[in-house]
Design a protein around this ligand. Structure first.
Ligand SMILES: [Zn+2]
Ligand SMILES: [Zn+2]
Length: 243
């Protein structure tokens, strides 16, 4: 049976986008656009990981707090792993498309060739029963690669949800070590804000947070009201029964 909701993941892992799909694809128009953009960006992300290989590795998160010290190599292992993973995932899906749809295999196993191969056959892949696996793997490896490519010289802070209509990706601010001024503001789907828009973005994010807080408060009041009404009716019935 054909599902009608878009299967591409939202920024939260495990939650599909769910918007209506009007074509035979299992992914909505907005997500197709996003996936095309992501595939076009992959060669650049891959090259950035390459550049990051030689830079001093820094932990991506604070997960490495145990006392044991692994011997460190003079290369950025995160960048190495992310780059390999990116190429492997794109190569594996290219192979699947080639085999399943009897398409000629990509001429070479380069990120440029493979990304282009997948972009050209995107309608086949996004109508395929494995479209959800493809999109979630693609998003995951691209996100990891982007983090090591851009994150090794600085740190990221998540500041809220993207303000573009229909995009719910997390917006992150990148700062360089020792400099508290933001360098780059972007959402995980690729929307960016130039410095002259940062103040406006901050006010939009604040307004969104305020609306969310107000909504929670309203929901809480409604729940309390329902509970007190139920209690009143309950005691009313009890009185009627006893009277
Ligand atoms: Zn979608
Ligand atoms: Zn966005």
């Amino acid at each position: 049976m054909m599902e009608s909701g878009c299967v591409a993941p939202r920024p939260l892992p495990g939650t599909p986008c769910g918007r209506r799909t009007d074509t035979n694809l299992r992914v909505c128009t907005a997500c197709v656009h996003r996936i095309r953009g992501l595939l076009a960006e992959l060669p650049h992300v891959y090259r950035s990981c390459e550049a990051a290989l030689a830079r001093r590795p820094q932990p991506l998160t604070s997960e490495r707090v145990s006392g044991s010290r692994a011997p460190s190599l003079p290369i950025n292992e995160h960048a190495m792993a992310a780059r390999t993973e990116l190429l492997e995932v794109v190569a594996a899906w290219s192979a699947l498309v080639a085999d399943e749809f009897r398409q000629p295999r990509p001429r070479s196993r380069t990120i440029e060739e493979l990304s282009l191969f997948l972009t050209r056959r995107l309608p086949l892949l996004l109508a395929h029963p494995a479209a959800d696996d493809f999109t979630s793997e693609l998003y995951t490896v691209a996100r990891n690669a982007r983090r090591v490519a851009h994150g090794d010289t600085g740190r990221h802070r998540t500041v809220g949800r993207c303000t573009h209509a229909g995009c719910e990706s997390e917006v992150t601010v990148r700062m360089s070590v020792g400099d508290p001024a933001p360098q780059h503001v972007r959402c995980e789907a690729g929307h960016t804000w130039p410095p002259q828009q940062w103040l406006h973005l901050v006010s939009q994010l604040r307004a969104t947070q305020l609306r969310a807080t107000q909504l929670r408060a309203t929901q809480l009041r409604a729940t309390q009201l329902r509970a007190s009404n139920a209690a009143r009716h309950g005691s009313g019935r009890n009185q009627a029964r006893s009277g």
